[in-house]
Design a binder for this molecule. Structure first.
Ligand code: NDP
Ligand code: 2IT
Length: 444
């Protein structure tokens, strides 16, 4: 089957999965050239085998809330592809979670993990459970109930989950505790664990730091200094917080952060003290970003995203499709020179088209946010060795992985006129490695 026919076929067979179609379409749109250079791929129907997940588990999760009411949610684990290593990818808890969203994330994860240089396949899981407004005890009971079903499908050499939206250190710890009760082993079948029980230093920071390291590589290609640059960041969760932390350390000026209710604009820039306030607000009190505006007397815009604010660099770090064509045109009109994605698929296809047309530095999530899963891979290595490395050692490895990913993007994405199309570069580099591994291992 031709690459272009595969998408139509997937749309027909799996209707009502728009996010999955969007992710597949973006990849297939950029690999056609290398695909056509390898007739053996078409002969073995490689693209279709790569787009359809190996398997999907879905299950009911039953738990008791604080009022004694019995609640149900849906739980899922998508094992997408394990050609280059065990299935690996996060767990998302959010009311919007459905099969389409997890299929897009597992598909993207497969290419991202391929880029990291570490031996990890792709997977993703989650639930439509919303952590918002839940007590700590409810979170614990839900995590335990979720793992009661999930545990039989995962293991240190088969499938290793981690965090994503709504799942941070607290949730991973509850899930890992329950997993160990059931599986009776201590090999570290989750990453993002606490430091005291097998977690890696720098894992909480890794996605945000990694995105800034990738941005630095992109800026370097044009001889641009990050110091003094005005940056808009969306989100105020794990990825956004550590993106801002690294940006502040490097002398950039971050003027926005957001949550699902709105965004704050701080013209003086979010400094270390203000970021500490946000971390406490979000991680401890589970508060709203609006409270920052009240605390520091700055603008809060409810129900909106920050892309209308003037900036040099934008780093979307909240969720998929949070930056559309209009937002992209506004950013460009305001002089934005770089967009580096902390979130997975935050820019719509129309927005991406605008960025590429304007020839700005644009890094897709699967390259720019790969630092998180990379340090997850390093956590797996440390667990296997029964050792833990210093923060400096992990950070150094993270930096070289991000540099390597950037090099791969340039190698496969640089056009004849010198412009680096990071979308094409990341997709082709990620695809070729998985494709070669699948071809070598036979028709499965
Ligand atoms: P968190 O749950 O820690 O934070 C998510 C942030 O995004 C919160 O501020 C949240 O606001 C906001 N948000 C979530 N959903 C929406 C929505 N539908 N509309 C508007 N805002 C929303 O998650 P992470 O920081 O871990 O993840 C952020 C993004 O980064 C995701 O796309 C994730 O897939 C991606 N990512 C995460 C990695 C990781 O290691 N954690 C690694 C690579 C990518 P609110 O509090 O109101 O819900
Ligand atoms: O999207 C992602 O890369 C993550 N949520 C992190 C996955 C992981 O296994 O650390």
């Amino acid at each position: 089957m031709k690459a272009s026919e595969v998408l139509d076929n997937l749309k027909r067979r799996f209707p009502n999965e728009p996010e999955y179609h969007q992710a597949v379409s973006e990849v297939l749109g950029t690999i056609e050239e290398v695909y056509n250079e390898h007739p053996e791929f078409e002969k073995s129907n490689l693209i279709e085998r790569l787009c359809i997940p190996d398997r999907i588990f879905s299950f009911r999760v039953t738990w008791m809330d604080d009022k004694g009411q019995i609640q149900t949610n849906m739980g899922y684990r998508i094992q997408h592809n394990n050609a280059i290593g065990p299935y690996k990818g996060g767990i998302r808890f959010h009311a919007s979670v459905n099969q389409s969203i997890l299929k897009f994330l597992a598909f993207e994860q497969t290419f991202k993990n391929s880029l990291t240089t570490l031996p990890m396949g792709g997977g993703k899981g989650g639930s439509d459970f919303s952590p918002r407004g839940k007590s700590n005890a409810e979170i614990m009971r839900f995590c335990q109930a979720f793992v009661l079903e999930l545990w039989r499908h995962i293991g240190p050499d088969t499938d290793v989950p981690a965090g994503d939206i709504g799942v941070g250190g607290r949730e991973v710890a509850y899930m890992y505790g329950m997993y160990k009760k059931l599986a009776r082993e201590n090999t570290g079948t989750f990453t993002g664990k606490g430091i005291e029980f097998g977690g890696s230093l720098i894992r909480p920071e890794a996605t945000g730091y990694g995105n800034v390291y990738f941005l630095l590589q992109m800026l370097k290609t044009r001889g641009i200094d990050i110091k003094g640059k005005v940056v808009t960041v969306s989100g105020s969760g794990n990825v956004a917080q550590y993106t801002v932390e690294k940006l502040i350390a490097l002398g950039a000026k971050v003027v926005t952060m957001s949550d699902s209710d709105g965004y704050i604009y701080d013209p003086d820039g979010i400094d270390r003290t203000k970021l500490d306030y946000i971390m406490e607000l979000k991680n401890l009190y589970r508060g709203r970003i609006r409270e920052y505006a009240e605390q520091y007397g700055v603008k809060y815009v409810p129900g909106a995203r920050p892309w209308g604010e003037k900036c040099d660099i934008a780093m979307p770090s909240a969720t998929q499709n949070e930056l559309d064509g209009d937002d992209a045109r506004t950013l460009l009109a305001n002089g934005c020179i770089a967009v580096s994605e902390g979130a997975n698929m935050p820019s719509t296809p129309e927005a991406i088209e605008e960025f590429l047309k304007a020839r700005i530095l644009y890094a897709p999530g699967k390259a720019a946010n790969a630092g998180g899963v990379s340090v997850s891979g390093l956590e797996m290595t440390q667990n296997a060795q029964k050792l833990s490395w210093s923060a400096e050692e992990v950070d150094q490895k993270l930096q070289s992985i991000m540099e390597n990913i950037h090099e791969q993007c340039v190698k496969y994405g640089q056009q004849a006129d010198g412009y680096v199309n990071y979308v094409k570069g990341a997709n082709v580099a990620g695809f070729m490695k998985v494709a070669k591994a699948m071809m070598a291992q036979g028709i499965l």
